[in-house]
Design a protein around this ligand. Structure first.
Ligand SMILES: [Fe+2]
Ligand SMILES: [Fe+2]
Length: 149
């Protein structure tokens, strides 16, 4: 493992804190996509395909959460899960808009995590996650544009 740059306990703690922040984000997002998937099915005519796509996104977020949580364990800490409230209301448009903001934050979060990370293998993993977040962001944005009020 290449954590030679994380020499002080303070650095390590900051890194763990960030991983935990990400973990909570990912878990919350896992449930958000599930809820939205149900919404798609209910609100959009022939929304099944879209609903399936959102389940696929949901599963991706769960995989991200697993990766972060495994990293925390690997570094000798306990993952802390404090799920935040999921934004959800009856307006698909508003829900999507809020979610776009969240995905944007996720993308920025991984950029910040990359700055403090010193492990080359993990760097590649983070890049992969960021690609996923970008896919989500683009998809949500396109969908938002298509959906009227
Ligand atoms: Fe994610
Ligand atoms: Fe995402």
């Amino acid at each position: 493992m290449e954590y030679k740059n994380l020499t002080t306990m303070k650095d390590k703690e900051k890194f763990i804190k960030m991983l935990n922040y990400g973990l909570n984000y990912e878990y919350t997002d896992f449930f958000t996509y599930r809820k939205e998937s149900a919404m798609m099915q209910k609100k959009i005519v022939s929304g099944e395909k879209l609903a399936d796509e959102f389940i696929r996104f949901s599963n991706m977020e769960l995989r991200h959460a697993d990766i972060l949580s495994n990293k925390i364990v690997e570094l000798g800490f306990e993952p802390i899960w404090q799920m935040e409230n999921i934004f959800y209301n009856d307006s698909l448009r508003e829900t999507l808009l809020r979610h776009i903001e969240k995905e944007n934050l996720a993308y920025k979060f991984y950029t910040e995590l990359q700055k403090i990370n010193t492990d080359l293998t993990f760097e590649i993993v983070i890049k992969g996650i960021q690609q996923d977040e970008k896919e989500h962001l683009n998809r949500l944005t396109n969908l938002f544009k298509k959906i009227g009020n």
